[in-house]
Design a protein around this ligand. Structure first.
Ligand code: PHE
Length: 361
């Protein structure tokens, strides 16, 4: 094929690509040029009938045409897709100032309800509520909690890390537990300390009982002469108040956390009734809590003298507590935002938990 014919064909095709006003039109151009019966494809097929000398000359020219057309299509596609996204985003704005058409139809999410219940129960025991950032650094989330860089617990947490920041000294991550609030509190307050810290936590994990974002509440007590007995009493008192019954069965299993020594995990017993887990008994156990005496190294990392100050800490899965108390069995549904689920499991905005009125609904 003459040089000028090939050039003309190229110009013609590039113009058609430029003129394609939408993704469908662009695809039609692609099929016409590069499809099975496309014009460039036909040209490529002629290479097989050529002599070796001819092919040496024609091969690179036809291949060059093919690459130019394919590149132009890819770049036009990107432009069209970006424009389509911009148009969609512009069309999806929501006027937040419009009045809701069904006033008071919203419900309080069970997680929010349980957080309010926890605050109420622990306020009665003399605990304040503390908070910390969800975007943490690895010192607060790990190192200060006696989890050094090489510690296997770091891998166990399935951490979401941020890309390294230029000039950033500490690695940033989404906190994997609420325990960094222990550190932040001990650094900013003088003991005696009694706090709970509810909030969001993140781990790369997903099944019926794990979601990548979940909720924990941390508890921390630092004072003089604190023992394991104080921890056990506090947890029992808390869980009995939360489930509003005296006959709940707790199982404390010796465990290991780098930031507590000794450590115990706490399971709550349940029975199956009509396909739902009901608190009480011991047909099954659900792990709800990790706990222990604050490790002297953690106390020292926060600038306190571990010979003078002792304490206990616990970390508790809020979503698990809500499932157990209110009978949901799939954690993932918590965060689907399905209005039917929220209507079924949500709480009235007027149903504020109080100890005197009962923290349950
Ligand atoms: N941070 C631990 C976890 O997420 C729980 C925990 C908190 C254990 C405090 C002991 C003391 O698994």
């Amino acid at each position: 094929m003459a040089n000028t014919d090939l050039d003309q064909m190229r110009e013609h095709m590039l113009a058609a690509i430029d003129a394609a006003a939408g993704l469908d039109a662009l695809d039609a151009v692609r099929v016409e040029a590069l499809g099975k019966q496309g014009r460039v494809t036909q040209l490529l097929k002629t290479l097989g009938t050529m002599s070796a000398d001819e092919r040496q000359v024609e091969g690179p020219r036809i291949q060059g045409l093919r690459t130019a057309v394919a590149d132009a299509i890819a770049s036009r596609k990107e432009t069209l897709e970006r424009a389509a996204l911009d148009a969609r985003l512009a069309g999806e704005t929501l006027d937040m100032t419009l009045p809701a058409d069904a006033p008071l139809s919203g419900t309080i999410h069970p997680v929010s309800q349980v957080m309010d219940e926890l605050a109420e129960i622990f306020a009665d025991l003399g605990f304040a509520v503390a908070t910390g950032p969800e975007i943490e650094d690895d010192w607060h989330n790990f190192s200060a909690l006696n989890i050094p860089e090489s510690h296997p617990a770091r891998a166990m947490h399935d951490t979401f890390y941020f890309p390294d920041q230029p000039g950033g000294e500490r690695k940033m991550l989404l906190r994997t537990h609420t325990s960094p609030v222990q550190i932040r509190t001990m650094l900013s307050q003088k003991p005696p300390i009694r706090i709970i810290a509810p909030g969001r936590t993140y781990r790369s994990d997903s099944d019926a009982t794990h979601t990548p974002m979940f909720h924990q509440v941390e508890g921390l007590v630092i004072d003089k002469g604190i023992t394991l007995g104080h921890l056990k009493w506090t947890l029992e008192t808390f869980l009995k108040a939360f489930f509003e019954r005296d006959d709940i069965t707790l199982r404390l299993r010796p465990s290991y956390f780098p930031f507590t020594e000794p450590s115990a995990e706490v399971d709550v017993g349940y029975t199956w009734q009509k396909g739902k887990r009901v608190i009480g008994g011991s047909e099954g156990w659900m792990e709800v809590l990790g706990s222990g005496m604050v490790h002297p190294k953690v106390i020292a990392a926060c600038g306190l003298d571990p010979d003078e100050w002792q304490g206990f800490a616990f970390g508790c899965g809020i979503d698990r507590l809500a499932m157990l108390k209110y009978g949901m069995d799939d954690l993932r549904a918590f965060f689907d935002g399905d209005i039917r689920w929220l209507k079924h499991y949500g709480f009235s905005a007027l149903d504020v938990p109080t100890l005197s009125g009962g923290v349950g609904a």
